[in-house]
Ligand binder design. Structure first.
Ligand SMILES: Cc1cc2nc3c(=O)[nH]c(=O)nc-3n(C[C@H](O)[C@H](O)[C@H](O)COP(=O)(O)O)c2cc1C
Length: 162
């Protein structure tokens, strides 16, 4: 996901069931995402692009909901952990030291440490090469603080908004 332009980095939290190698998982999970964008004002829609092989992709296809968690500068370690480990193998909330909160309008968790969160219901999905773009209808927004947002540069490098 690295290129030479900083991109805002978010954590996408999910809750759902997944079948993997004959095992059924029922899990809350979180993955790091830099390929995301606002898509419409009215209705308010937000898109995320998720690799077809991601464990989180299976959970989103099962539950048809996800939460966007906008992270502040200073959370780099947590963001890298969630982007370099799979929820099929670890509990990322525990591993990254993230606090889980219940969403108020969808059956999913959100991340307490985030500066802002959006609760989304999937209204569309389409394949784009090796990724799937999910179009989420924003059901509820939470703004917690106005800390500088975290931007990802590449490798282990981050920067922030002004
Ligand atoms: C900085 C960063 C940005 C990333 N952006 C994306 C992204 O936009 N879409 C995606 O599918 N994966 C992205 N990834 C990779 C996933 O976060 C990573 O594969 C993660 O381990 C998947 O977790 P899961 O198997 O629990 O779903 C990114 C990783 C990092 C470190």
């Amino acid at each position: 996901m690295a290129d030479d332009k900083p991109r805002q980095v978010i954590l996408v939290s999910t809750r759902g069931n997944a079948e993997l190698l004959g095992k059924t998982y029922s899990k809350d999970n979180v993955l790091t995402v830099t390929w995301h964008m606002p898509m419409s004002f009215d209705p308010k829609l937000y898109g995320i692009s998720i690799g077809k092989n991601r464990f989180s992709r299976m959970l989103i296809d099962d539950s048809r909901v996800f939460a966007l968690n906008f992270m502040a500068y200073g959370t780099q370690d947590k963001v890298l952990y969630c982007g370099r480990n799979s929820g099929a193998a670890v509990d990322k909330f525990e591993g990254a030291g993230l606090t889980k909160e219940e969403c108020s309008h969808i059956d999913c968790c959100r991340i307490k440490e985030a500066s802002a969160q959006m609760e989304c219901e999937v209204i569309d999905r389409f394949e784009v090469g090796d990724h799937i773009v999910y179009v989420g209808k924003v059901i509820k927004e939470h703004t917690n603080d106005d800390r500088k947002r975290l931007l990802y540069v590449g490798g282990d490098k981050f920067t922030s908004t002004l």
